[in-house]
Design a protein around this ligand. Structure first.
Ligand SMILES: Cc1ncc(COP(=O)(O)O)c(C=O)c1O
Length: 318
């Protein structure tokens, strides 16, 4: 992991002040604050209706990974939902950097959200709502910790159906997580760490915070539709091609997962995660696979590559 954070290098009163920022920093209502002080209105339609979109980027060893791709996806999602964050892209980018800088984090989970906001008292006309933008940076979050990844994660194929894309477009990153959350609770009941959901036809879609790939019949197979266009998913598609591992975007079934040589899931929160147990049974040899290990090494190496990463602006003032 990275070196000491800004607050850890201070002493006395300065350190006490900086301590408030160590758990993370947010930008809400036009100003930065320690994460525990960040609040939004209970009347915000993002809270009462999940009427919002968000994106999550990450910082590794002081560098953002593919920040432009995250900002592109966030802009496209806001446009789809007719949300206006009230700031241009350069300002949003500056705020994202500012949150990491205020928290002094070298490894960070960086979330940006645009909500519908509030309508005037008594009105239900969404068009009159003033949209709200907020952002925060907290210490890096893992959906599967490095220790868990060393042995591989366990995955449960849920009987909960994923919300149909015709109702809520999964390509727009959203907070409609009740299907994902209920499926995850179901997985915990079956001693699994992760869960994947199927669509109405029975095809595999995605899980809470990740996309899924199976190496079956000599190629990586990942769902072509019905999922978020994950930035880590995109990385795997590119890295596999570079490594000479064929990839197909198509129809993935639960049977494919169960008979695959290797299975992996991809997320900003944890990278490329080997899956070694599905529904209580081993995947392939039951150990993290060789191809997955190659992709993981290449993925983390890319975090220092200027083509895919940009340094955090730690020295700017605001
Ligand atoms: C539903 C869903 N699918 C997939 C992903 C993975 O996307 P990314 O690799 O961009 O983190 C996420 C990320 O949070 C997600 O929420």
């Amino acid at each position: 992991m990275g070196g000491k954070r800004i607050g850890e290098l201070m002493t006395g009163a300065a350190a006490a002040g900086a301590d408030r920022w160590l758990a993370g920093a947010a930008w809400v209502d036009g100003r930065y604050c320690p994460i525990e002080e960040a609040k939004i209105s209970v009347l915000d339609l993002g809270v009462t209706r999940s009427d919002c979109t968000y994106d999550v980027a990450h910082v590794w060893r002081g560098r953002f990974y593919r920040l432009d791709d995250h900002l592109d996806r966030f802009s496209a999602s806001m446009a789809r939902l007719r949300l206006d964050p009230g700031h241009d892209r350069a300002k949003i980018e500056a705020i994202v950097h500012g949150c990491v800088r205020h928290a002094g984090l070298r490894e960070a989970y960086v979330s940006m959200t645009c909500t519908r906001g509030r309508t005037a008292a008594g009105s239900r006309d969404l068009r009159t709502a003033r949209n709200t933008f907020y952002c925060y940076a907290i210490p890096f979050v893992w959906i599967s910790t490095p220790d868990q990844q060393a042995g591989g994660a366990s995955l449960w194929v849920s009987t909960v159906t994923r919300i149909p894309p015709q109702s809520v477009d999964p390509a727009v990153k959203n907070y409609h997580w009740l299907d994902l959350d209920m499926a995850l609770l179901d997985a915990y009941d079956h001693d699994a760490q992760l869960v994947v959901l199927r669509d109405l036809t029975g095809a595999i879609t995605e899980g809470p915070g990740f996309n899924v790939f199976a190496f079956v019949n000599g190629r990586w197979l990942t769902p072509a539709a019905g999922t978020l266009g994950g930035i880590t998913r995109l990385s795997v598609i590119e890295l596999a091609a570079e490594a000479g591992q064929p990839v197909e975007q198509g129809l993935l079934t639960a049977d494919d997962l169960r008979r695959a040589d290797e299975v992996l899931v991809t997320s900003t929160a944890g990278g490329i995660i080997p899956v070694t147990v599905i529904d209580g049974r081993p995947v392939g040899t039951g150990m993290p696979g060789r191809l997955t290990a190659q992709l993981r090494d290449r993925y983390w190496a890319r975090h220092q590559d200027p083509q895919y990463s940009t340094p955090v602006r730690y020295n700017e003032q605001d």
